[in-house]
Design a protein. Structure first.
Length: 126
């Protein structure tokens, strides 16, 4: 099964159709939304920026959406790739198709996401 693993690379400013960033108003923690091509088996997801594997508690997964909490300057994200490695879940084909940010609001498949933008509140059902 793990031989089926995939890695997808992203960089702010380069993957705008699959990676968006919402800056926090307080400037402390920013939220990065990454749209994967397939739904991962959640326990196999690993997020890495440059050489650094990110702690599991800094991100969450809903369907094929990874939500990541970034504590550094947002401009720093554009200097190195974010890489998400995972094993796709062959039993789950429900995926989000598009992601966008307009006026600091997240849109999934053209619908605005309501409420607090964290991996605990991103809608799972489409």
């Amino acid at each position: 099964m793990f031989s089926q693993g995939v890695s997808e690379g992203f960089r702010v400013g380069r993957n705008d159709d699959r990676l968006v960033l919402i800056k926090s108003s307080g400037g402390q923690r920013h939220t990065v939304f990454i749209l994967l091509r397939k739904v991962p088996i959640m326990q196999t997801v690993q997020l890495q920026w440059d050489l650094y594997v990110q702690p599991k508690q800094s991100y969450g997964v809903r369907s094929n959406l990874v939500v990541f909490s970034w504590g550094d300057d947002p401009a720093k994200l554009s200097t190195k790739d974010l890489v998400v490695s995972y094993v796709p879940d062959p039993s789950d084909q429900t995926t989000y198709k598009s992601i966008a940010v307009k006026e600091q609001k997240l849109y999934l498949d053209g619908k605005a996401v309501q409420g607090n933008l964290s991996f605990n509140t991103v809608p799972y059902e489409q």
